[in-house]
Write a protein of this length. Structure first.
Lengths: 261, 178
């Protein structure tokens, strides 16, 4: 029976009815031209559709996106003219990286031979400490590199360090405030979050808010502040909103963050 | 998106943060497959980058985005040639991972019936329901995405709801016998 009025009923469910048409539909229901029982059953089903739940996507989805974006940016850059400074930096990175990698491999081989020959716990501990020191040195050195991919890799390596070394923390905080790549900065926040028990890290994260230009980094910092419950960051966000012309959605996000904190 | 088109690729990150869940929800309700939905979200953003020069900025960004999403979904099933098995797979997934109907409460039972009914709906009708009911798009926008008239979308929506009601009713009867 309602087939004749299918467009009108669809407009009702799509909340696209004018006052005039609303009155028309009520009149049709009153006169029985629209089957009320059929209509109400459809309305109930329309409301019940809220029950269909969607699970959370995995963090891998976000990682894949940013990796793809980074690759696209790299290929765009390589196709455009690279200035001389960048060329020199790349050359420098090309010279230092293989050397560091070679040293790292030698150290691993040394550790293996050492454990095989000596089998002494103290020696192993010493070697483990040396390996960590080497890793930290690699991280600090790679963070100074010219290539975004290398710096991103450095931040990822630092995330695997068991403890927060002062040099690595300092380098990551410097990266968070100064790196030209948004993705490197966002990744640095993720790594620093893991060391949030360290007061230097918490203080550094809060202090980094004021120097950020990128909306994505500001949003990532806002999420981190909520996750870590760092109430003192409220002042930084308030200052940011006062001093800057922020994007509407970012402003909204910060207002929500302040309210949540 | 205009900034992405002009070469500021970092702005795509902002679009990702704003729309990735919306797109994921769109694909999940179409497929009920979390991994495939994630792949399709990635595919949409890859296509946005690839075809960024074609973005004119004249219509709503969401319309352009869902048009890309729709094509990504069609291409995915064309490529994997699983379209005929899809509904069966969706139903297996919804029913298979859950306890027997007799063991669950009424609300959960109703939820599963609605999910199964949605999975059984014809693709174009299902899409209209998802875009209108869940994503809040206007019929005119859906018409642009599906390449049909606004009037046709309204008819499609009404018939989708009618089919959904019928399927849900049949399923309720089937499961009340269990």
């Amino acid at each position: 029976m309602n087939k004749k009025y299918e467009k009108l009923i669809a407009e009702y469910f799509g909340s696209e009815l004018s006052e005039e048409k609303k009155a028309e539909i009520e009149k049709l229901m009153a006169s029985g031209e629209i089957d009320l029982i059929d209509f109400k059953a459809m309305e109930q089903l329309h409301d019940e559709l809220d029950m269909v739940a969607v699970p959370e996507p995995s963090p891998e989805m976000s990682n894949r996106f940013y990796q793809m974006l980074e690759e696209e940016k790299a290929s765009t850059r390589s196709s455009s003219n690279i200035n001389i400074v960048e060329k020199l930096n790349e050359l420098f990175a090309a010279i230092t990286m293989p050397k560091l990698a070679y040293a790292f491999v030698l150290l691993i081989v040394g550790a293996f031979i050492g454990s095989w020959v000596g089998n002494s716990n103290s020696e192993l501990e010493e070697l483990t400490t040396q390996m960590q020191a080497m890793r930290e040195m690699m991280v600090v050195s790679m963070l100074e590199g010219a290539s975004t991919t290398d710096r991103l890799r450095a931040v990822n390596i630092s995330a695997e360090l068991p403890t927060a070394d002062e040099k690595a923390v300092r380098a990551l905080l410097f990266t968070l405030s100064n790196d030209e790549s948004t993705n490197v900065r966002v990744q640095a926040i993720e790594t620093l979050k893991k060391w949030s028990e360290d007061e230097r890290v918490r203080e550094g994260l809060v202090n980094a808010i004021g120097v950020q230009e990128s909306d994505i980094v500001i949003i990532a910092l806002a999420d981190a502040m909520i996750e870590l419950g760092l109430e003192r960051s409220k002042t930084e966000f308030e200052n940011l909103m006062k001093e800057r012309q922020l994007n509407v959605s970012v402003k909204e996000k910060l207002q929500n963050t302040i309210a949540a904190l | 998106m205009m900034k992405v088109k002009d070469g500021d690729l970092d702005k795509l990150g902002l679009l990702f943060e704003r729309y990735n869940r919306l797109l994921y929800s769109f694909f999940y309700k179409k497929t009920f497959q979390p991994e495939v939905s994630e792949d399709l979200v990635q595919s949409v953003f890859e296509r946005m980058l690839k075809y960024r020069s074609t973005y004119s900025g004249s219509g709503a960004f969401t319309t352009w985005m869902f048009s890309i999403a729709r094509n990504a979904h069609i291409d995915h099933y064309r490529k994997h040639k699983k379209h005929n098995e899809k509904e069966e797979l969706d139903e297996e997934r919804i029913v298979g991972s859950n306890p027997e109907f007799g063991e669950i409460d009424e609300r959960t039972k109703r939820k599963r019936i609605l999910e199964l009914a949605l999975a059984r709906l014809e693709e174009d009708k299902k899409e209209v329901v998802i875009l209108s009911r869940y994503e809040g798009l206007k019929y005119a926008e859906i018409a642009e995405i599906q390449g049909v008239t606004e009037s046709a979308v309204k008819v499609r929506f009404f018939r989708a709801m009618k089919d959904l009601k019928g399927i849900a009713h049949t399923l309720s009867e089937e499961y009340s016998d269990e």
